[in-house]
Design a protein around this ligand. Structure first.
Ligand code: 5GP
Ligand code: ZN
Length: 120
């Protein structure tokens, strides 16, 4: 890893949260994945599922096990909260046109209202 990349990772807000450097009320946490509440919720339930390991975006994923980790944890969390009864939405914004604003892979788990399609 280059020095530039090391400093980027050490400043990454989601790395700092996932490593416990910034105290947050974790919805779920283990050594490889965490679930937190979005700071600016767009629905009654708006959670973020992120790998502890720094991966910039979905486009950078090389290990397919990451999908089991992230999506599996999202669905498990949704079921555990009873969100599967009425439904939920999972979103992974990717890159500039995908609307990604934090460059650390994360899945949005949204629920508690009707969502429209197509997305904006
Ligand atoms: P993106 O736009 O990259 O798909 O999603 C980033 C999300 O992270 C946004 O919904 C934003 O509200 C949320 N977010 C940004 N900074 C923080 C933070 O420091 N803590 C939490 N919990 N959420 C954050
Ligand atoms: Zn990071």
């Amino acid at each position: 890893m280059s020095t530039d990349m090391a400093s980027t990772v050490s400043e990454c807000i989601f790395c700092r949260i996932a490593k416990g450097e910034i105290p947050v009320d974790f919805v779920y946490r283990d050594e490889s994945v965490v679930v937190i509440r979005d700071a600016a919720p767009q629905a009654p339930v708006h959670l973020l599922v992120l790998p502890v390991r720094h991966i910039v975006s979905a486009a950078e994923v090389s290990d397919p096990n990451i999908w089991t980790l992230i999506m599996g944890r999202a669905v498990e969390t949704a079921r555990g909260m009873g969100l599967d009864e009425r439904g939920f939405r999972m979103v992974i914004n990717t890159g500039e046109q995908g609307g990604q604003t934090v460059p650390h892979l994360h899945l949005h788990l949204l629920s508690g209202r009707n969502f429209s399609w197509p997305p904006g």
